[in-house]
Design a protein around this ligand. Structure first.
Ligand SMILES: C[S@@+](CC[C@H](N)C(=O)[O-])C[C@H]1O[C@@H](n2cnc3c(N)ncnc32)[C@H](O)[C@@H]1O
Length: 213
């Protein structure tokens, strides 16, 4: 049975409020009301949307909020493709975040429908913590990155906060997973990624890794 978090992602009403309301609030919550996560997020988005003819894959793209921003910065034959398994999110993406360099496909992140070594950048932002079996998805991110390509993840991380009584129980019951500090970086390395850099901001972690060329 789907967790409450998974059910929410399939809800059409949620897909309407996600980009403008939920995501900005959630981003701030990650730094507990501060701006650390939002600041890092802005810098990362600017980096991912730098001009170039890159092929970018945005895994678990939701309503295409990052897909579109990245696609808009690309040039020439550059493209950003978003994949997600929620029809509600994808129809919102097609309606609000379409663009000449943005495209969307319905797919499960456990079986990304692209060949090995395809993308210059592969992102998976704010999604791994909702996926019941997330570590095989990390392997998929590395598989579809091209040699020399980058893998970018934003997800949860364990901090002093989740040691407080009840926090882990509430998170678990809602379907929100809190990753151990080394879980994502170790899985990226065991999938073959190198130069794995982790930045922890508040309750979240940004991880950038490179697939060896
Ligand atoms: C919180 S949204 C993140 C959207 C966007 N990446 C962002 O950073 O705002 C999480 C998305 O993950 C998607 N998702 C969850 N499990 C998935 C899976 N197994 N395959 C593809 N998408 C999945 C949900 O449908 C939802 O749209």
């Amino acid at each position: 049975m789907d967790s409450p978090a998974q059910q929410l992602m399939r809800n059409p009403v949620f897909s309407h409020v996600y980009e403008r309301l939920w995501r900005p609030v959630f981003t701030r919550l990650f730094s507990l009301g501060g701006t650390g996560t939002a600041d890092f997020d802005r810098a990362l988005t600017a980096y991912l949307s730098r001009p170039g003819e890159r092929l970018v894959l945005d895994v678990a793209c939701g309503p295409g909020n990052y897909t579109r921003r990245v696609a808009d910065g690309l040039t020439g034959d550059g493209r950003c493709i978003g994949i997600d398994f929620s029809p509600a999110m994808l129809s919102m993406a097609a309606r609000t975040n379409a663009g000449p360099r943005a495209g969307y496909i319905r797919a499960d992140a456990h079986a990304i429908p692209f060949a090995d070594n395809t993308f210059d950048s592969v992102t998976c932002l704010a999604a791994l913590y909702l996926i019941p079996d997330p570590l095989p998805v990390v392997d998929e991110l590395v598989r579809v990155a091209r040699p020399g390509g980058e893998i970018v993840v934003f997800t949860s991380v364990s901090t002093e906060l989740d040691a407080l009584p009840g926090v882990r129980a509430v998170a678990g019951a809602s379907g929100y997973r809190i990753f151990g500090r080394h879980e994502i970086i170790e899985r990226l390395r065991s999938a073959g990624a190198e130069h794995v850099e982790q930045t922890i901001t508040g309750q979240g972690q940004y991880v950038i890794a490179v697939k060896p060329g």
